[in-house]
Design a protein around this ligand. Structure first.
Ligand SMILES: [Zn+2]
Length: 476
């Protein structure tokens, strides 16, 4: 009897434990499902290689994508057999920004797929559409791009590979973003194999504006200058006598064309883009302090931006000998940047040291014209002090007035900039052409820009004149 009782008790206990386990599994499933519905579904759709998810839906017609000034850059249309297709009227013009929906998804098409397939027309109309077997129109995405500015940036790149990104400093709005080589999103499925073939080693799908990892060359002197100022409590006293090169052990760092710049202060060294002076300056900085400044300027970290899939820039002086520190100080050693990052730095200079987080998706609007959601401008905070900004403005103005970019015609605009000519192979005659800076017109409107043209040569000859074209298109 006692034994039987104990067994019964044990069984009851077992049932009780199993019941609790079932309940826990059940709760876990509910939690997971509700999480999935809220968050996971979006990730699932964002995953560009998820072939199970279609760009089109049975109930909603995928919404359109527009520039900020109302130019349509992606829309849903129909092929001969009345099947929905996605059409990009400007073909390659916005390729990396807008992305594609065939062969998985990329760009804004991928990140906003979930939203473009949602309809926010009135519930009554949605139900009516549903009952009559019609699809409801999906929400439209308005970007921050300015059509003519994008055209100028795109056409200005000409035959070169590289990137242009232009940002409104006071808001963080991305006004233009070009990456080349590019693709036509209308025909990407047809050319997919070719684009991804081993013989095509140009990384066509890579958005160089946000994911490119380039040697910054002399545009990095902006960072070295700030590191110098921070190491000297903001004091800009500096003097250097340039004879065209600097010997570091058995290695020689040359100024461009071996030009002797003579006696220079910080302003002159910056506007002449004197490699010897900046290598000397960097070598004499405390490595930890230099690294700290680079990190305060967003190196080695995720960039604070609302643009998806951006790449962190890197900077390291660890295990660097003097020769390498000297090279890194002029943007040639242990550092790479994305054009987006360089544009963010000059954008902060233009905006009195305050960095506004870049974004390119402005708002979602229902087919009935109601704003469904809008991106808020977001400040990352001050990344430079007032006195640093004042000095950099002075130096960057000197670059354009009587420095390396003085031959560039910027018209009536006030322009502040830095050129760069970055070596990327051991062949010193192969160089990327850089320009970073910003322009302001007589109404106070501003635009920051970063331009890199791969293998094009001097920054002053190619990238700076392209920046001038983009400024002209934006301010006209
Ligand atoms: Zn020099």
């Amino acid at each position: 009897m006692t034994k039987k009782k104990t067994t019964k008790k044990a069984i009851r206990k077992e049932i009780y434990v199993i019941a609790i386990m079932f309940a826990m599994v059940f709760i876990a499933m509910i939690v997971y499902l509700s999480y999935y519905v809220k968050e996971g579904a979006k990730d699932f759709i964002y995953n560009s290689y998820n072939s199970r998810f279609s760009a089109f839906s049975d109930d909603v017609t995928r919404g359109s994508i527009y520039t900020g000034d109302g130019h349509i850059i992606a829309k849903t249309s129909y092929d001969d057999s009345k099947q929905e297709i996605r059409v990009y009227p400007d073909e390659r013009l916005f390729s990396h920004a807008v992305g594609y929906v065939d062969q998985g998804m990329a760009g804004l098409e991928a990140y906003y797929s979930f939203d473009l397939l949602k309809s926010h027309i009135s519930l009554k109309d949605q139900i009516n559409n549903n009952l009559s077997g019609k699809k409801s129109p999906g929400d439209d995405l308005y970007t921050t791009f300015d059509y003519e500015t994008q055209v100028a940036a795109y056409e200005g790149m000409g035959m070169y590979d590289g990137a242009v990104i232009a940002i409104e400093p006071s808001t963080g709005k991305v006004v233009a973003m070009v990456s080349k080589p590019d693709y036509d999103p209308n025909t990407i499925a047809t050319y997919w194999d070719d684009i991804n073939s081993e013989s095509n080693n140009k990384s066509v799908l890579l958005n160089r504006a946000t994911q490119g990892a380039y040697p910054p060359g002399s545009t990095f002197k902006i960072v070295t200058t700030i590191a110098y100022l921070r190491a000297n409590d903001g004091n800009s006293d500096f003097s250097y006598n340039c004879n065209g090169s600097l010997k570091v052990g058995d290695f020689t760092i040359h100024c461009s064309s071996n030009k002797s710049h003579g006696s220079e202060n910080l302003l002159k060294a910056f506007s002449n883009s004197c490699n010897s002076a900046f290598a000397y300056m960097g070598i004499n900085l405390d490595k930890d302090e230099f690294s700290e400044t680079a990190e305060e300027l967003l190196f080695n970290d995720t960039l604070p931006t609302q643009i998806e899939a951006t790449k962190a820039s890197n900077f390291s002086l660890e295990n660097s000998d003097e020769k390498l520190v000297g090279q890194t100080s002029i943007g040639q050693g242990n550092t790479t940047v994305s054009p987006l990052h360089m544009c963010m730095l000059v954008s902060a200079i233009a905006n009195d040291g305050e960095l506004m987080e870049p974004y390119y998706a402005d708002k979602l609007v229902s087919a009935e014209g109601d704003i469904v959601s809008q991106t808020d401008e977001k400040s990352y905070g001050q990344i430079m002090s007032d006195s640093e900004v004042d000095l950099l403005n002075e130096y960057m103005e000197a670059v354009v007035m009587d420095g390396t970019a003085d031959s560039v015609d910027f018209g009536d605009l006030k322009v502040y900039g830095k050129t760069g000519t970055a070596e990327y192979t051991t062949n010193k005659s192969m160089t990327h052409s850089w320009f970073v800076g910003y322009a302001i017109d007589n109404t106070g409107k501003e635009l920051a820009i970063a331009v890199i043209m791969e293998g094009a040569g001097y920054g002053s000859k190619h990238a700076a004149p392209l920046a001038a074209k983009v400024f002209n298109a934006y301010f006209q």
